[in-house]
Design a protein around this ligand. Structure first.
Ligand code: BGP
Length: 466
């Protein structure tokens, strides 16, 4: 018999600042890397996005109508500290105070991401995450957040999808000229982000004894393509390099042992300064926040360049590595219109693995299906594929709870339509439709999709229908 969802389960939904807010230079905000990067031609710009910056009251009122008990959003560093560090922009601080107040008005728990891809451009120009000074800047920024909102926010997320930023840096846009950092540089940046995260987890616990904080990683279990032992080793290789190496550092204080050997063999191990190990082992998360979209299926390397291929429907994301692993097809799972694998059982499987590895409660901070939703003449949006996706994933999560996994909540992507990282408004995720397309802002009206009403009912029944 399936266990029920916990009574205090955080039924929520997510967004991130740069993908939803617009107001890119409003009230003293400085540009972030996202504002300065190159994006594909014809792609929706971020200057308006879904205009949540100006319409958050209306949006949060709709979230309340949907029954949300939590809203996961990110704060734009560039609104709080336009110079990356130093002087605080009061207008930026007051903006998010108003957002938090709007949540509280409806008993919606704010779950706040401190950093979701949008590094201040001024810091990038000084070397970005390659520069150790960015660690201090991040700590200074987060100190302001904890001082200003520490009494009103209980749940904090440090860094969103650090593993995506390091392994697939092109996925969030390209620097002008298209040159990405080398892998050696990326792992050095990774080390600095880990240090920054550890310092902020420690600071959060020191400043806000009631608060809970954790990393938000994109985690995905890997299947071997066959029961050939070499396929199993390759699947394990990629699971370690893609997932566990990023979560082991905050939880256990150091890199995964297999990843260390991998990095050393290839000259990719970051420079570690005296005191770094103590910093990493001196802080601990209260939970693991996890973004889950799909699983991957992996085969043994062929030992040549044919191991590397683009992910289906996604030229920005290359998979496979010569001598390490190769991406394979899985005939047992479905796919979205954008080629992303749909695998609810893989969700249960990933949750079991994360629980088993870290023995920490899990908060889902993203899960969802991107689709080209259609607005009908009568203002309705029929998205049965989204309802089906959520039904299946929530059922799988309930099975995971029954298995013994401790779940804190579920914040799918996304609360309302946002700019997709590289497919603009062509690919939508929201429960609420935003009436605009790439170039034409049209009315910007908010229109509940069918999935909105489905989620409303599901929350009201605490998931008993699943
Ligand atoms: C995650 C990001 C989100 C979001 C989502 C959907 O990786 O944390 O910011 O965009 O993926 O991805 P996409 O917009 O590329 O479809």
């Amino acid at each position: 018999k399936l266990l029920d969802f916990p009574q205090d389960f955080l039924w929520g939904a997510s967004t991130s600042a740069y993908q939803v807010e617009g107001g890119w230079d409003a009230d003293g905000k400085s540009p972030s890397i996202i504002d300065m990067y190159e994006h594909p031609a014809g792609y929706a710009d971020f200057t308006v996005a879904s205009d949540h910056y100006h319409r958050f009251e209306e949006d949060i009122a709709l979230f309340a109508q949907m029954g949300l008990k939590a809203y996961r959003f990110s704060i734009a560093w560039t609104r709080i500290l336009p110079n990356g560090t130093g002087e605080v922009n009061r207008a930026g601080v007051e903006h998010y105070r108003a957002v938090i107040r709007a949540c509280r008005k409806y008993n919606i728990e704010p779950i706040v991401t401190m950093y979701h891809f949008d590094l201040p451009w001024c810091l990038e120009q000084q070397g970005g995450w390659l520069n150790r000074a960015t660690i201090d800047a991040f700590e200074a920024y987060c100190r302001v957040l904890l001082e200003e909102y520490g009494d009103a926010v209980k749940y904090w997320l440090t860094i969103n999808e650090q593993n995506t930023m390091i392994l697939h840096p092109g996925a969030i846009g390209l620097p002008k000229g298209g040159v990405l950092p080398s892998r050696r540089e990326l792992y050095q940046m990774n080390h600095h982000m880990m240090l920054a995260q550890a310092r902020v987890m420690k600071l959060c616990h020191a400043m806000c004894s009631q608060a809970k904080i954790g990393p938000a990683l994109n985690l995905t279990a890997m299947y071997p393509e066959t029961c050939r032992p070499e396929d199993a080793i390759a699947a394990h290789n990629w699971e370690v390099l893609r997932c566990w190496n990023f979560a082991d550092v905050p939880v256990f204080g150091w890199y995964h042992p297999l990843a260390v050997r991998y990095l050393e063999d290839r000259g990719l191990m970051p420079d570690v300064q005296p005191g770094d190990r103590e910093t990493l082992s001196g802080a601990h998360p209260d939970f693991i926040a996890m973004n889950y979209y799909s699983t991957a299926t992996i085969a043994a390397s062929r030992g040549d360049a044919s191991d590397v291929s683009a992910r289906a429907g996604d030229q920005q994301i290359m998979l496979g590595e010569e001598g390490v692993y190769r991406a394979a097809e899985n005939p047992y799972v479905g796919k979205t219109k954008y080629g992303w694998v749909i695998d609810p059982t893989g969700f249960r499987y990933t949750l079991r693995k994360v629980c088993e590895r870290y023995h920490l409660p899990i908060l889902i901070t993203e899960n969802g299906i991107g689709a080209p939703d259609v607005l009908e003449d009568d203002g309705s949006i029929h998205d049965p594929y989204r309802i089906e996706f959520y039904e299946q994933h929530l059922h799988a999560m309930r099975e995971a709870i029954t298995d013994g996994v401790e779940m804190m909540g579920y914040c799918p992507w996304s609360a309302l339509d946002v700019v997709s990282t590289h497919q603009g408004y062509a690919k939508r995720y929201g429960f609420i439709y935003v009436d605009r397309d790439e170039q034409d802002c049209r009315s910007m009206r908010r229109l509940p999709k069918d999935s909105f009403y489905w989620y409303q009912k599901t929350i009201a029944e605490n998931g008993k229908n699943l």
